[in-house]
Design a binder for this molecule. Structure first.
Ligand code: SF4
Ligand code: SF4
Length: 299
């Protein structure tokens, strides 16, 4: 049952992280207008089950007035609201308080701040740290998101002691092009489920400025500018979705078999196989595998 909508308020970002699922960066296209945010929130309100709205990206603070007004409106409509940010704006703790005071006044329910070596390669004192301290001072519920770089580990439980890749990066989006290196790969057939998303009955979806409703980043199940969210979810038929159907039957491995994908090179993880297959199918399913930019391909 759908409970949360994560607005990809923009695909633009001041950073261009190697592990970004969505290929966000300074040149990425797409940002909501205030009218579109309001229209989407109104659609969400028509669904009793939906109770939260997150604003993320890209970097939502790049469109600060839009973000603040979206949070205010969503909160006034009765949703729990949160923001995910890389905190590029926190030049000092005092400045960070200036940016965060309007969010504290709205009473946002969560501020998640990305703070790791992908976002801040030099380490030390980071904007993220300053933002977290300022948020705590203002009484904003706040936490850090920290993803470690990929490293080779052995997993005795699941993979019988064979080398696998640990660290928390999922190999979808830019990570596939930037971080694969010579990390160990496995035969495609072991990736026989989607371990990260409940594709059968999603409790959260991502909504982008083009109206795309993503079950996983880049896998679209409808467009809210054409069909109301309520109808999209009521008509959702995962077994017959051309990409999600095979994923539910046998994970990325089944997707590979269904589309005769060349699997000889092996794959780092489930998402790596899933993403490479989908990227090879972009022209075949332009409305379902979208937008092209989240596959690192120009539209
Ligand atoms: S991971 Fe976050 S901070 Fe990095 S490019 Fe993507 S949206 Fe920007
Ligand atoms: S396996 Fe595919 S659908 Fe599942 S989380 Fe990874 S990329 Fe998304």
């Amino acid at each position: 049952m759908l409970t949360g909508v994560h607005f990809l308020l923009t695909y633009k970002c001041i950073f261009e992280c190697d592990h970004c699922f969505l290929f966000c960066g300074p040149d990425a296209e797409g940002v909501f207008t205030m009218d579109q945010v309001e229209a989407a929130l109104t659609q969400m309100k028509e669904m009793e089950s939906v109770n939260s709205a997150y604003f993320e990206g890209g970097e939502p603070f790049l469109y600060y007035p839009l973000m603040v007004e979206s949070l205010r409106l969503a909160k006034a409509m009765g949703f729990k609201v949160g923001v995910v940010t890389n905190a590029y704006w926190a030049e000092s703790e005092r400045d960070a308080e200036l940016w965060l005071k309007p969010l504290a006044a709205i009473g946002i329910d969560d501020l998640s701040v990305s703070d790791d070596r992908f976002h801040y390669p030099d380490g030390g004192e980071t904007s993220a740290g300053r933002a977290v301290r300022a948020a705590k001072k203002l009484g904003i519920p706040c936490g850090s998101i920290c993803i470690d770089a990929p490293r080779v580990v052995t997993d005795d439980k699941k993979w019988k002691g064979e080398p696998v890749v640990g660290g928390g990066v999922l190999f979808k989006g830019r990570a596939v092009d930037k971080l694969k290196g010579d990390l160990p790969r496995r035969i495609y057939s072991v990736f026989d489920e989607c371990p990260h998303e409940d594709l059968n009955d999603p409790s959260r979806i991502h909504l982008d400025p083009f109206g795309n409703v993503h079950a996983c980043q880049g896998i679209v199940i409808g467009n809210v500018w054409k069909t109301p969210l309520k109808d999209i979810m009521e008509r959702y038929d995962p077994q017959n979705h051309p990409i999600i159907g095979p994923l539910l039957k046998g994970g990325p491995a089944e997707l590979a078999r269904r589309f005769n994908f060349d699997t000889t090179s092996g794959f780092i993880d489930h998402c790596h196989l899933c993403f490479e297959i989908r990227r090879s199918l972009l022209d075949r399913f332009p409305d379902i595998l979208a937008p092209k930019q989240v596959y690192g391909v120009e539209g």
